[in-house]
Design a protein around this ligand. Sequence first.
Ligand SMILES: Nc1nc2c(ncn2[C@@H]2O[C@H](COP(=O)(O)OP(=O)(O)OP(=O)(O)O)[C@@H](O)[C@H]2O)c(=O)[nH]1
Ligand SMILES: [Mg+2]
Length: 488
Amino acid sequence: MVFTPGPSDPFYELMQPPPNETPAQKTARQKRELDAQRHSDKIDEDIKQERVEAKNQRGVIKVLLLGQSESGKSTTLKNFRMQYAKAEWSKERNGWRAVVQLNVVRSITAILRVLEAEMNGDSPVDSEDDGTSASQDSSDEESLKFIDRHQLLMIRLAPLLGVEGELKRRLGTGPEHAHAAASPMSATPFDEPETTSKRKLPEFSVRSWRDVVSPEERHSQSSAGSSSSKLDFPTDTIASCRDDMKALWNDKTVQLALKRSKLQLPDSVGFFMNNLDRIATRNYVVTDQDIVRARLRTVGIQEHRLFFERGPWGQAKSGNTHGWEWRIFDVGGCRTLRAAWLPYFDNVNVIIFLSPISVFDQRLQEDSRVNRLEDSIILWTSICSSKLLAKTQLILFLNKCDLLRRKLKRGVRLNQHLPSYGDRPNEVNSAIKYFRDKFKEIQKECSPEPRTTYIYPTNVTDTEATSTTLESVRDGVLRENLATSQLI
Ligand SMILES: Nc1nc2c(ncn2[C@@H]2O[C@H](COP(=O)(O)OP(=O)(O)OP(=O)(O)O)[C@@H](O)[C@H]2O)c(=O)[nH]1
Ligand SMILES: [Mg+2]
């Protein structure tokens, strides 16, 4: 509003043009006044905009998914999207087909490399023997009996190497060792990164999922079930190699060679190999189960948004002014990537921390000197202790319970790797309770202010069970926000 004082106003005199003003001076004065008015209007507009944004921000929850590499962060995000962003999820589902195919092909080519090394009498490909593994099978010591059938399988499966290259090209995966040796590493986001001459990361990654799974991919994917698949070289080749892949996976000598090499195959390799009859076909249709099993390493930090109608501030209205928006950030968990987490800790409401509890006998891929469970505990301790995160709600997923169960059933003894486990029963429920107590204890001891941590034993590849967990997480976050906004 423009203020125009009357003649009786003390400002009246001040606002009068100077006497004897020339036309040029008048034009300059009017321009100055106009500029000042525009500037003032702009400030008013900015303030108004900030108020609108502040009002909208009331409904925004910032959620970080944290944990070491392969802990299941991206898999948890997939579950969130499957459940709360159904329309987008179904649009991008078919884009995951090539990622699944690449997972299958890479498992096979990794096995072929082990086989080749064994046949040539080379030392095991990826030996990580630290003397803590279960006692060696006496048959391991004998030389493996390779016969013509193995040679033949290797020759027949060789075209898959070309398929691997083609799929990587299509998916735009970065150079194989993008975060290779000599990248600075830090155990926690608060530590100064240190350069070591440690090893490669033989995994593939892309900058963003969206590049891979967007429906308007630069490369036309053959649509599932379409007869146009005649031009799809990877799908055709995979389908024609199906029986040989199955023969390779089910071969006893090959399994023995894998065991001896101590190659850490991806967690999902068994799932994919057992589903070759469905996946290695010309009209393969990708399922949600396949997608949560597919591994795609995260390198950049990826933001995904979810909208909920009901939030702590009431029911959604148009423009989401009263609904609830979750901004979920999925980070790369490798030690070379942890320094990049720090800027995201500002104003974060919720951290979902994933600690895989099946990994007590495994080493980090990026630094084979470090035990994975130990790494997870260091990371959890640093997150709990951070003053910057003192007010952040912590949710802990003790993940990969299915793999823990299987490992313990196989006879791997937890107390051999974790002496403090003592003579508790070597079975999954007792182990989960032990881990739950340990992680809770750390949280209680290290948190700068008292807070409650919600702890869930999970297997995030089980989409049904995870759906229930996510509902509970959502309700827990809702309750916490109601409490902090003092509405209850
Ligand atoms: N069996 C089983 N596999 C799991 C579980 N959680 C994750 N996985 C598998 O483990 C692999 C790694 O999971 P991701 O979600 O990609 O791990 P991440 O934490 O995002 O890893 P980075 O991106 O490297 O930080 C995938 O193949 C998943 O299918 C689980 O609870 N059980
Ligand atoms: Mg990830």
